[in-house]
Design a protein around this ligand. Structure first.
Ligand SMILES: Nc1nc2c(c(=O)[nH]1)N[C@H]1C(S)=C(S)[C@@H](COP(=O)(O)OP(=O)(O)OC[C@H]3O[C@@H](n4cnc5c(=O)[nH]c(N)nc54)[C@H](O)[C@@H]3O)O[C@H]1N2
Ligand SMILES: Nc1nc2c(c(=O)[nH]1)N[C@H]1C(S)=C(S)[C@@H](COP(=O)(O)OP(=O)(O)OC[C@H]3O[C@@H](n4cnc5c(=O)[nH]c(N)nc54)[C@H](O)[C@@H]3O)O[C@H]1N2
Ligand SMILES: [Mo]
Length: 771
């Protein structure tokens, strides 16, 4: 069966205009600074640019709405730079603080049908949403609606459902702790655990793997640990684009003597050499070489790679007992070592060769570096989490860390590098379709309510439910569900079959134009904006990738007087849905966020005395037993667990390629800042597919040709049209294209085992000539 996706080549992008230059060999420096200032000026003007960037990531300012990389902490003896932000953080802020507006006259001018024909880039560039808008059943245009009527409309549709489980409540990772806590409370008070979030598509695999091995689904290192490490592995991650401030930390570790190993199918510029724009010599000099080893692995070859390293480490231990395995730690704090050891001793080297494509000598060299390191940190991101075998792959990293005792000691540990700036905090606050019993019991105790225990739907299962008519109301607190999810045409059909779709958003996106029978847009304040409620000016709190919780205070005037904070929107809906006499005092919580924080303290583990501790300089760090005390009380057996996983890797059928979908340097997920991917040498377009030159010759294609990408999944096919081939030094057999344009190619049922994360980094495709 062939499905032609709705992701057709878009009218304002002409792939024949795309310019292709040489990939860069270094990241940041002058172009980075220049780009951040230009983008700021275009969107905000000069005065606002200076004022806004000065407040970014400072103690009195707001948390960068870009990535979750932490800020330096005073308590660790570190200080913040005056400019504690990066080029891409500045772009994220410029997008939000833009002076452009999308108000009622815009919607009167453009029909939804017309808007649906625009690209994500065009939609995002129109500016900030200013008024609540409704699309009535059968109408062609969104029209204004009052907040009260909007809440009544949603509450009415929710009450009409035969079962609360027919409603789905999505969250994206920019939502503050306060809003997230109240949102899950509202959803559970209503009677469902259907709380899918962006994390389901992101680090869910890390959470699943780490919970099983260390008992806690979060990373075990601080920023100070990174600075102190003697060996850092950066695996399946492109920090130069997605976590640029991480480069400063890597540079500092290097200056103190650390070695860096990059494992990636692409020679990403940011992994090779870094010019620190915060230092004079970084702006004009040659910069710091970063990676000491670049292992150009094949897509999905990491499980085999880490098993091979385990194999070599154990062989070395056998040759010289007591030199590699941290016996005291392994015997005292872990279980499962023998099964793991047996599994990796019987390694199939032919499978390792096929899976990784790496020279044997390089794997041996890297194993030696790991054996000799006293303080190793493993960092990873989407290159590991979005594979069918993502969870066992991450468990394999944990095996290596445990074997060498690299957890719960300074300068060592596990570092899943989170994406959205508060995605980790949202989880801590209860945004999860399967929160543990302790949390649920805490909610009931604190508020005197009943909350359901049946697990809810995650992102993929939510799409299935909407497709099958079991999901009828879809509500999103942020994000862009229609574009971020797999199988674009199927997901769009699923959303369109809903009775009601509601988007709480800052900016226009595809999810507003791929809508249910009735649709609402509820415009909200962004991170950068002043939030004034009945008791005065408010701040919110967020948690970074290293479990540090701290305040974020918006300082700019709101984009429109009609905007409401996410907290106020959740409380407004809750009052309309649950009534004024509900056990939770919704109205007063919205008036004073300190009252929300008192409730967080009463429910969320590790958040005691929350109001006081978030007000300390740099806030506080949440407890993490393995990191703090080498205790593993979160696992069933109270030990850290080795795991023995079968060697698995994606096969590449004859004449086919494996495709990964990734981010350009000029986007934030589905928000497209511009059409440039500077480090990879691409300008003026996004519909490109990067292919190894050897593969092009073998398959009979050439650089510059416009082709269709056809994915093959079981007995079905999906097609994304008109991509310009770019001959590129990616690992053989492994192609790449940008997310979200290539999401149409990801089959809904192609998911990671255990975590149910869409497999966005290993899609079997063929290139097709266009007739
Ligand atoms: N500016 C900016 N910052 C962002 C974002 C953004 O879109 N723009 N997004 C945020 C979010 S939500 C997230 S989750 C993070 C994402 O941060 P990343 O995970 O860095 O994002 P991707 O672009 O998906 O890049 C994946 C990287 O992994 C490599 N890779 C792919 N498959 C494999 C594999 O099988 N093995 C190995 N070893 N490597 C592989 C790719 O070549 C690429 O370098 O960034 C966050 N920060
Ligand atoms: N093929 C493929 N698919 C992927 C990925 C991939 O690598 N490949 N990556 C996955 C990953 S890691 C993630 S995290 C997801 C991201 O999925 P999402 O989080 O759903 O998507 P975003 O593009 O980050 O959401 C952008 C929208 O959020 C809204 N927004 C921005 N700021 C705020 C705010 O402060 N409040 C509110 N209420 N709204 C706001 C704006 O309207 C904007 O249009 O996508 C996933 N999808
Ligand atoms: Mo993410």
């Amino acid at each position: 069966m062939g499905i032609v996706s709705s992701n057709a080549p878009e009218n304002d992008v002409d792939e024949s205009r795309i310019k292709v230059g040489k990939p860069k060999k270094w990241a940041a420096g002058i172009p980075g600074v220049a780009v951040s200032l230009t983008r700021g000026m275009e969107q905000m003007g000069a005065a606002r640019t200076v004022r806004t960037l000065r407040l970014l990531n400072q103690r009195e300012g707001f948390d960068c709405p870009g990535c979750a990389w932490p800020e330096p902490r005073q308590a660790d003896g570190e200080h913040r730079h005056i400019a504690e932000f990066c080029e891409n953080g500045a772009k994220a802020v410029a997008e939000e603080a833009t002076k452009r507006r999308v108000g009622p006259s815009f919607f009167a001018e453009h029909s939804v049908e017309e808007l649906a024909g625009k690209t994500d880039y065009w939609l995002g560039q129109q500016g900030r949403l200013t008024e609540p808008m409704v699309l009535r059943e059968g109408a062609s245009h969104y029209t204004p609606i009052s907040w009260d009527d909007a809440f009544a409309l949603v509450a009415g549709k929710l009450r009409e459902l035969a079962d609360p489980n027919e409603a789905i409540f999505y969250t994206s990772g920019r939502t503050s702790n306060e809003a997230a806590f109240l949102y899950q409370l509202l959803v559970r008070s209503f009677g469902t655990n259907n709380l899918p979030d962006c994390s389901n598509m992101c680090h869910e695999s890390s959470g699943a793997a780490l919970s099983a091995t260390t008992g806690i689904g979060k990373g075990s290192v601080s920023l100070a640990d990174i600075h102190r490490a003697d060996l850092i592995l950066v695996v399946g991650q492109n920090p130069g684009t997605n976590h640029p401030r991480m480069l400063s930390a890597l540079e500092r570790a290097k200056a103190a003597g650390a070695k860096i190993i990059a494992v990636n199918p692409l020679p990403e510029a940011g992994l090779m050499r870094f010019k620190n724009p915060q230092k004079a010599k970084g702006v004009v000099g040659k910069g710091t070489p970063l990676a000491d080893e670049f292992a150009q692995i094949r897509l999905g070859g990491d499980l085999a790679f880490f098993q091979a390293i385990g194999h070599l480490l154990l062989a070395q231990e056998e040759a010289a007992p007591g030199t590699v395995v941290d016996r005291a730690f392994v015997d005292g704090s872990t279980e499962g070592f023998d099964d793991y050891a047996k599994q990796v001793r019987d390694l199939d080297w032919a499978a390792v060769d096929a899976a990784t494509g790496l020279p044997r000598e390089q794997i041996v060299r890297i194993a030696r570096m790991i054996a000799e390191s006293e303080r190793t940190i493993y960092c990873w991101a989407m290159g590991l989490t979005q594979h069918k075998h993502a969870v066992p792959t991450i468990k394999e990293i944990a095996n290596l860390a445990l074997l060498r005792g690299m957890i719960g000691k300074p300068g060592a540990g596990l570092c899943p590098v989170r994406g959205h700036s508060n995605v980790q905090g949202d989880r801590t606050m209860g945004i999860w379709e399967k929160m543990p019993e302790k949390f649920m019991a805490g909610l009931e105790r604190e508020f005197g309510i009943k909350v359901p225990r049946d697990h809810g739907l995650d992102t993929v299962d939510s799409i299935r439910a909407m497709r099958d008519g079991r999901g009828k109301v879809f509500f999103a607190l942020g994000g862009n569900f229609a574009s971020a999810t797999p199988d674009s045409s199927l997901t769009e059909t699923a959303l369109r079959s809903c009775e009601l779709t509601v988007q709480v958003s800052t900016k226009l996106n595809r999810s507003h134009v791929v809508h249910g029978k009735t649709a609402l847009i509820l415009p909200t304040l962004g991170r950068t904006e002043r939030d004034v409620q009945a008791s005065g000016e408010q701040f919110v709190t967020v948690e970074d990738s290293m479990s540090a919780v701290h305040p974020s205070r918006g300082r700019l005037a709101p984009a429109s007087a009609s905007l409401r904070s996410e907290v106020a929107i959740v409380c407004g809906l809750a009052s309309a849905l649950l009534g004024a006499d509900h056990a939770v005092p919704w109205a007063s919580l919205a008036d004073d966020y300190d009252l929300i924080r008192d409730r967080i303290a009463g429910v969320v583990p590790g958040c005691d005395d929350y109001n006081r501790r978030v007000r300390e300089p740099d806030g506080f760090v949440l407890p993490h037993a393995p990191r703090d005390a080498r205790e593993f009380n979160g696992t069933a057996n109270g030990k850290a667990n080795f795991t023995a996983s079968p060697l698995e890797f994606p096969a590449i059928p004859e004449g086919r390629l494996l495709l990964q979908t990734l981010r350009s340097h000029d986007q934030y997920n589905t928000t497209i800042y511009g059409l440039s991917d500077r480090y990879r040498g691409i300008e003026d377009g996004r519909r490109v597919v990067f292919v190894n030159p050897g593969d092009l010759t073998a398959l009979g294609f050439a650089d510059g040709e416009i082709v269709d990408l056809v994915s093959e999944w079981r007995d079905s096919e999906r097609r994304a049209e008109a991509f310009r081939i770019v001959s590129y030094p990616t690992a053989p057999g492994c192609a790449a294209a940008y997310f979200p344009e290539a999401n149409a190619l990801v089959a809904l049922d192609s998911v990671a085992d255990t975590s149910n994360t869409p497999v966005s980094k290993a899609i079997v495709i063929r290139l097709a000539h266009r007739s």
